[in-house]
Ligand binder design. Structure first.
Ligand SMILES: C[S@@+](CC[C@H](N)C(=O)[O-])C[C@H]1O[C@@H](n2cnc3c(N)ncnc32)[C@H](O)[C@@H]1O
Length: 355
């Protein structure tokens, strides 16, 4: 897995993450409600400290949005109810090769006022591993990150089965098999993620996450992979001989978008967390339509997928963007994708019976 595009340049994630930022803003009420619950919970005394983590923070302005919302919710609760604010410990997590330099430089922004006292640090590592001590966390937030898998499904990579077959007929034929492989990988990864976090939470701990998912349950031949447009553009490049066909067939993006029923089922089956609230929103709902013009949308796709594409194919990004521009409106893929993708946001409470 590769991080998002580094730095602050034109193609950086920092400059091209408006769609994700819009979703972060929509998550704020869930975060505020979780903080109020943590402050008023009858099972624990009013906390003297609070440990909050953002998993998959990336870099740029979005890295601090969720934890800032949590800090602000603590501050306003304490002002309203005249409580001594807890000291807040913030951990910002992402993969070790994330642009943490940029994240560290921005940390001082979390200490805008003296109350609450905030100490912040970064926690490089995969959220598919243990990251925090047992029983230490109050709140975990995560936006636009947990649809990334720990790896592409091995049943495909080992057997050299392309994730996005260049031939449309073959692609449709293989869809059930590819779907099962990706869905199973997501189920394994997300179940593992919940088990790891369950150990790290205090009783009553809260988690607010949002991921990209799909409207429909099961197989949708028009949009199976949530990264369908990327597969499509690369397939055009392979057909035109710009990239090598064999190289194309061995390209896998480790990303899966579940339906809300699928996500709910996995959380319930794993059992460590109960679902307090789940919201499904269309990708474009309440968001500035300027974010979804083909140009803007592609720049945002580039900021997310360039590192993965670059690692596998080498320097093909300029040609990739030219192909995208040429084919977008022609092939209708962008429209199909925007109609079918959703944000799944869910607020979870650690079940008291789990360890
Ligand atoms: C699209 S960015 C989201 C960044 C930010 N949360 C936002 O909403 O804009 C997804 C982030 O998830 C991170 N990520 C993917 N897999 C991860 C893993 N296994 N552990 C930690 N971070 C991961 C990526 O490196 C990337 O920075």
């Amino acid at each position: 897995m590769e991080p998002m595009n580094w730095g602050e340049g034109d193609t950086s994630y920092a400059h091209n993450s408006g769609i994700q930022n819009a979703e972060q803003n929509r998550m704020k009420p869930m975060i505020e409600a979780a903080i109020i619950d943590l402050c008023t919970s009858t099972s624990t005394l009013f906390p003297t400290n609070m440990v909050i983590a953002d998993l998959g923070c990336s870099s740029g302005p979005n890295a601090l949005v969720l934890v800032s919302a949590a800090i602000e919710a603590i501050r306003s609760y304490c002002v309203q109810f005249q409580r001594q604010p807890p000291e807040v410990c913030i951990f910002l997590n992402d993969l070790p090769n994330n642009d943490f330099n940029m994240v560290v430089k921005s940390l001082s922004m979390l200490r805008k006022s003296n109350e609450p006292i905030v100490v912040a640090s970064v926690t490089p590592g995969s959220f598919y591993e243990r990251l925090f001590p047992t029983g230490s966390l109050h709140l975990v937030c995560s936006s636009s990150s947990l649809h990334w898998l720990s790896k592409a499904p091995e049943v495909l990579t080992r057997n050299h089965i392309p994730a996005y077959n260049i031939d449309e007929h073959a692609r449709r034929e293989m869809l059930p098999m590819i779907h099962d492989a990706y869905a199973q990988q997501f189920k394994n990864d997300f179940t593992h993620f919940l088990k790891l976090r369950a150990k790290e939470f205090l009783p009553g701990g809260r988690m607010v996450i949002s991921i990209t998912g799909r409207h429909s349950n099961g197989i949708d031949s028009k949009l199976f992979h949530i990264w369908e447009p990327i597969g499509h553009i690369l397939s055009v490049m392979a057909l035109e001989g710009v990239i090598n066909k064999a190289k194309y067939d061995s390209f896998y993006i480790p990303m899966y978008g579940p339906s809300n029923e699928e996500l709910r089922g996995i959380i319930q089956e794993e059992g460590s967390f109960s679902i307090k609230e789940m919201v499904v929103r269309g990708l474009t709902s309440d968001a500035d339509s300027a974010l979804f013009t083909p140009d803007r949308y592609m720049s945002q796709m580039r900021a997310v997928f360039e590192p993965v594409i670059l690692k596998h194919f080498g320097e093909v990004m300029e040609e990739f963007m030219r192909t995208a521009e040429r084919r977008w409106s022609l092939d209708g893929i962008l429209r199909d994708q925007l109609d079918r993708l959703v944000w799944l946001s869910v607020s979870l409470t650690k079940a008291s019976s789990s360890n």
